[in-house]
Ligand binder design. Structure first.
Ligand code: DGP
Length: 142
């Protein structure tokens, strides 16, 4: 699958991405079109198209990784909460199951399904956010 699927290519390290965290079954990386800095995608390493296709043994590992990252955005980035979402087919632009974990703050402007995209200022900004997220992952894992 790695040849055709962009997320399989990221998982195979054939395509670059800013990787936040890795577990046995999932890879967590920054969304290249973030709603807010720190917007993470938690993808299953196994190529599964939608949540509906997820094999039972991967349910817990996927949700556990999403929960870890939801904690990490609070502990690492100081988010007040998070929006955790999965698009299945409709509005799903990459047909490889991934959970969006989006840091939220009150009054951040995310209303309904109008999603303002907030690009990183530069590579340094990405590295700062990555470092904070990784620190959050370490703190959340304790
Ligand atoms: P969805 O629309 O739910 O399928 O979300 C797919 C997300 O994936 C979208 O917010 C942008 C992101 N994305 C697309 N291509 C790439 C890529 O090559 N690298 C990274 N890091 N993110 C990508």
């Amino acid at each position: 699958m790695a040849g055709q699927c962009i997320f399989c290519s990221i998982i195979a390290r054939e395509r670059t991405a800013h990787i936040v965290h890795e577990t046995e079954d999932c890879l967590v990386f920054l969304d290249s079109r973030p709603l807010f800095p720190g917007h993470c995608l938690v993808a299953t390493k196994q190529h599964v198209e939608t949540l509906l296709d997820l094999p039972d043994p991967l349910l817990k590992p996927l949700l556990a990784a999403a929960r870890l990252i939801a904690r990490a955005v609070e502990r690492g980035l100081g988010a007040e909460g998070s929006f955790v979402a999965v698009n299945n087919r409709v509005s799903q632009s990459v047909p490889h199951l991934h959970v969006h974990v989006i840091p939220r703050r009150k009054g951040d402007g995310l209303k309904g399904f109008f999603w303002p995209r907030t690009p990183y200022r530069d590579e340094k900004h990405i590295e700062e956010v990555l470092a904070s997220l990784r620190a959050g992952v370490a703190a959340a894992g304790r």
